[in-house]
Design a protein around this ligand. Structure first.
Ligand code: PMP
Length: 406
């Protein structure tokens, strides 16, 4: 809406192309893929959507911890004993016993000296990247990095240098071009969440260290699942000791909400005073940190769940490939299997056809996806049974035939 006589544009004009595209898609009668309501959640793998029992294959509940009885009991107890929220920042009245215990659980899980809990994983990236890489420093990042990494760069004052996705040589070239005496932070992810591919961390960490850079790895999609102890891709590839900062989230394998950074850096604790997305926001509710701490301790001993999740990932990847779908990776590399759709229209039609079959997956589209791709992202859970994976494959076959994408 414009005010009278003024030539300034409506600030919403820039969204018009997106508004038009969305209206065109919904005018075909399609269910809005970005507005689905979970009317009831029965378990980590089943919910009621539009009144229908729906298998969940588009959550980040990789280890199925959201309904674990011990996790729930810890949350109930903390809610009763400490109340619904802290109503304050970690540096004022918002550090409760539970926040400390949660940080201790993280230190035990990673075998690291320091742990700092944030209110979300998004804020952990925002805070750590913007605070440690300052003016005259460089952040060198994979071009397919998560939005929170880019936003961390935007909040800070460092120079940003992007390199081609998972390209070891490109990283090396970029590092060589930077001034030898400049501060450098290389930011990588263990698993890239759109295609579900893992990073060649072994090579990348070695190259970064040789160039004198510090290394931050976001293990959001690998924590709990990848690596012998579930510490992530850096552990799996034997380079965790050379990583300066691991960023993670409680909103995936841990099964609640929150973010963190763990590190062995001797001066790490100073960040609690200078990291704005840590200081200038309220801390997590006591029930949330209690569920997180309990869940993290349980993840340490979850080898059987990890093995079952790998079996699920291999079976779904192999089955979808056999059906004729094009997948984001040649081999299963994580709990995410991305099915590449020819375009947004057929991707949305396929998403809806799957929902009618009783299956929820994520529809992902640019700008979240690389190379303008439309994806149906499937995220497996350690609690999906063999029968459910079989059902899922049957639903993909039926929907794929109906929409004409296989
Ligand atoms: N990093 C990565 C790689 C992510 O995919 C996400 C969320 N999808 C985050 C960070 C942010 O996590 P949170 O949900 O805890 O904000």
């Amino acid at each position: 809406m414009k005010s009278g006589g003024c030539t300034a544009p409506d600030l919403f004009d820039k969204f018009q192309p997106l508004i038009d595209q969305r209206e065109a898609l919904l005018s075909t009668g399609l269910t809005d893929p970005f507005n689905l309501v979970m009317e009831r959640v029965e378990s980590p793998t089943v919910a009621i959507c539009n009144g229908k029992r729906t298998i969940l294959l588009g959550t980040y509940n990789y280890m199925g911890q959201t309904f674990d009885p011990q996790v729930l009991a810890a949350g109930h107890k903390a809610l009763d004993e400490y109340g619904a929220g802290t109503t304050g920042s970690r540096v004022l009245n918002g550090t409760y016993q539970g926040h400390r215990e949660c940080e201790e659980a993280l230190k035990r899980f990673y075998g690291m000296d320091h742990a700092m809990v944030f209110s979300t994983g998004y804020q952990a990236n925002l805070g750590i990247i913007s605070t440690i890489a300052g003016k005259d420093d460089y952040v060198i990042l994979d071009i397919d990095s998560h939005a929170s990494i880019y936003d961390g760069c935007a909040l800070g004052n460092a120079q940003i240098v992007a390199f081609r996705h998972n390209d070891v040589e490109a990283l090396e070239k970029r590092l060589k071009r930077l001034p030898a005496d400049a501060g450098k932070l290389v930011v990588l992810e263990g698993v890239y969440s759109m295609l579900g591919d893992t990073a060649p961390l072994k090579e990348m960490v070695a190259i970064s260290k040789a160039a004198g850079a510090m290394v931050l790895v976001d293990e959001a999609h690998s924590m709990g699942f990848i690596g012998p102890n579930g510490r992530g891709v850096a552990e799996d590839q034997g380079v965790l000791d050379d990583v300066d900062f691991v960023i993670g989230t409680f909103s995936k394998s841990v099964g609640t909400v929150g973010g963190f950074c763990v590190s062995n850096h001797p001066k790490f604790e100073i960040l609690r005073l200078v990291c704005r997305p840590y200081v200038f926001t309220a801390s997590l509710p006591p029930s949330v940190v209690a569920t997180a701490a309990t869940s993290i301790d349980l993840l340490r001993g979850a080898a059987d769940k990890r093995a079952h999740l790998w079996a699920n990932s291999r079976r779904l990847h192999g089955g979808l490939k056999e059906l004729g779908f094009t997948l984001g990776t040649e081999t299963p590399q994580s709990a995410i299997i991305a099915v590449i759709m020819p375009d947004l229209e057929r991707g949305a039609a396929m998403w809806e056809a799957l929902l009618h079959e009783g299956l929820y997956v994520n529809l992902a589209r640019p700008p979240a996806t690389p190379a303008g791709m439309t994806l149906l992202r499937c995220s497996l859970c350690a609690l999906h049974s063999e029968e459910q994976v079989g059902e899922i494959l049957g639903m993909f076959e039926a929907a794929g035939n109906r929409v004409g994408v296989i």
